[in-house]
Design a protein around this ligand. Structure first.
Ligand SMILES: O=C(O)CCC(=O)C(=O)O
Length: 275
């Protein structure tokens, strides 16, 4: 084991989530936050509009977070040594912001098989219960693929406002994090978050990791080997940013976010079984 204890690994396997773990200190988190906010000032809109699905292709320093050794050590303890990063999305709520994230399973839209993806949600500012931190519904990671209603609700931060019905709110577990900490959740874990009732923003970046054996159900996707060896070749390499907002990498980012948001991406429960 590289970072986690046996008890932490067991907790993840049985419950589907783990927190809090530290990636970097609060000062480093503040530096990353400032870079996000400098980008928002320069483009004149909130980063949620653009840094989605392949958000890590916008800036080399986002790849620096994605390859943070503590994050990769924890991920390796859960999915093994050959790790690909296939995506990353920002989830930034303003202070006193009504926006929320409805209950959903990432596995419904990721199009991966088998379901071994793990998300590291990294806090770049404080994410307490008051700030609308991530919440999970323990045990839902064991499946099955649940049916989402696509609401496209205005304050819902998900692209399709996809929402699971009937999740037991009373059993939900909140995962508060300090700036620089991260949580881990399994791709089938139902998760959500409430509005931010605090004055400060709540900024998190979610990084999506898979073991190299996992493939996309919709042909050869693109991903970045961040540790170990890829002996399977299921993924073409991403166009990584050589510098901030590298146009080549940004083209890939925009194409994948556009295809996800506007395209006909179907949820798993609507597809024929592939396994
Ligand atoms: O940040 C949030 O509130 C939701 C994050 C999320 O849905 C995810 O990390 O998959």
């Amino acid at each position: 084991m590289k970072l986690l204890t046996e008890a932490q690994k067991r907790q993840f396997d049985e419950q589907g989530y783990l927190f809090p773990l530290r990636a970097f200190d609060a000062a480093q988190a503040a530096t990353y936050r400032e870079r996000i906010e400098a980008y928002e000032r320069s483009v004149g809109h909130d980063a949620n509009r653009t840094l989605k699905i392949k958000g890590h292709l916008a800036f080399p320093w986002l790849m620096e977070i994605a390859t943070n050794p503590r994050i990769l050590d924890a991920v390796e303890d859960l999915i093994g040594p050959d790790i690909l990063l296939f995506g990353a999305s920002i989830f930034a709520k303003d202070g006193r912001d009504a926006r929320y994230v409805s209950w959903h399973q990432d596995s419904a839209y990721f199009g991966l098989t088998p379901h071994r993806e793990v998300t590291a949600w990294v806090a770049l500012s404080e994410a307490s219960a008051m700030h609308g931190c991530l919440r999970v519904a323990p045990g839902t990671h064991r499946g099955p693929a649940l049916q989402h209603v696509e609401t496209f609700a205005q304050d819902n931060m998900l692209a399709k406002g996809q929402a699971l019905q009937g999740i037991d709110e009373a059993a939900a577990v909140e995962m508060p994090l300090a700036a620089g900490e991260f949580s881990l959740h399994h791709e089938q874990m139902a998760h959500s978050s409430l509005p931010n009732r605090a004055a400060d923003r709540r900024i998190g970046f979610a990084f999506f990791f898979i073991p190299a054996e996992v493939r996309s159900v919709s042909g050869q996707g693109r991903a970045t080997l961040v540790r170990g060896t890829d002996r399977f070749g299921h993924w073409q390499p991403d166009d990584l940013p050589r510098f901030d907002l590298d146009p080549v990498a940004m083209r890939q980012l925009q194409a994948s976010w556009g295809a996800y948001k506007d395209g006909e991406v179907k949820q798993a429960a609507d597809l024929d079984p592939v396994e």
